[in-house]
Design a protein around this ligand. Structure first.
Ligand code: GLN
Length: 260
């Protein structure tokens, strides 16, 4: 049996808060079931054949790093939109979720996104940080969020779920993430998949169904994963953190030095 091919989008530039753990989880859950896997990195400036991809993963990043990747990503836009429409499962976390929307606005500039999610993201001063719990069709999802971007879904764009604790897309509308076909975007880091095996298996089932015509995944013992999720869900809620105070401190420091 040929290996299942996982594409990892910009692993050097988009990889924060343990996002690499999602790729490890995908691989391990396949290998435990007897499938072989092959992970290939998509790196800026290097051509990549997306028609050979069975599952795609992208992690989070910094606003500046994301902005620098926009041109490279847009060049791959047609190929990515095509495989998304064909049903290739994809998981995009935080920074890459934002870039798969219609628009990403940061530092006074607006960048077009891939438009796979009908959603726009605007970066604001306050960061939304903390543990997050979401009700979704994959059951309760737990994770950790840390983002300054507020994502607003267009009318009709399906979300991943409803925030029970935390901020989610923007801290206001109560929704979290977005789902377009088999393409899922979310703010949940942590990484998200080790603690949320139902979400991992949903992605994997779509991939093996398309590739090998397999309709059922052998159950795994997820007891430890579910215990970790229960502990994470009970942790205190996050808070919005303003980055202003630090600036003020720097300003005061500057004024003090000028006064020397
Ligand atoms: N740079 C984005 C933001 O702060 C994404 C952050 C992340 O990926 N954690 O909104």
């Amino acid at each position: 049996m040929k290996p299942l091919r996982i594409a990892h989008l910009y692993p050097r530039d988009l990889n924060v808060y343990g996002d690499l753990g999602n790729v490890i989880t995908l691989r391990k859950r396949l290998e435990w079931r007897g499938f072989r896997t092959e992970v290939t990195a998509v790196e800026p400036g290097i051509p990549f054949d997306f028609s050979a991809v069975d599952l795609l993963f992208g992690g989070g990043g910094q606003n500046s790093g994301q902005s620098a990747l926009v041109d490279d990503l847009l060049e791959r836009g047609d190929a990515l939109r095509r495989i998304s429409a064909e049903g290739v499962p994809m998981l995009l976390i935080c920074g890459s979720y934002q870039l798969f929307g219609r628009e990403f606005a940061a530092a006074g500039r607006r960048y077009p996104g891939l438009g796979i999610f009908r959603a726009t993201t605007t970066v604001r001063r306050q960061r939304m940080i903390g543990n997050i719990v979401v009700d979704s069709r994959f059951g309760q999802l737990v994770g950790f969020e840390n983002h300054s971007g507020r994502t607003v879904l267009d009318p009709g764009q399906q979300s991943l779920g409803t925030v029970r604790q935390g901020f989610g897309n923007n801290g206001r509308t109560g929704d979290e993430g977005a789902v377009t076909g088999n393409t899922i975007g979310t703010y949940l880091h942590g990484p998200v998949l080790p603690k949320n095996p139902a979400l991992a298996d949903h992605l994997l089932l779509q991939a093996v169904r398309r590739r090998y015509d397999v309709d059922v995944l052998k159950p795994l013992d997820d007891e430890l994963a579910l215990r970790a999720a229960t502990v994470a869900a009970a942790r205190p809620q996050g808070r919005a953190v303003s980055i202003r105070p630090r600036r003020r401190r720097l300003h005061r420091l500057g004024a003090a030095l000028r006064g020397l």
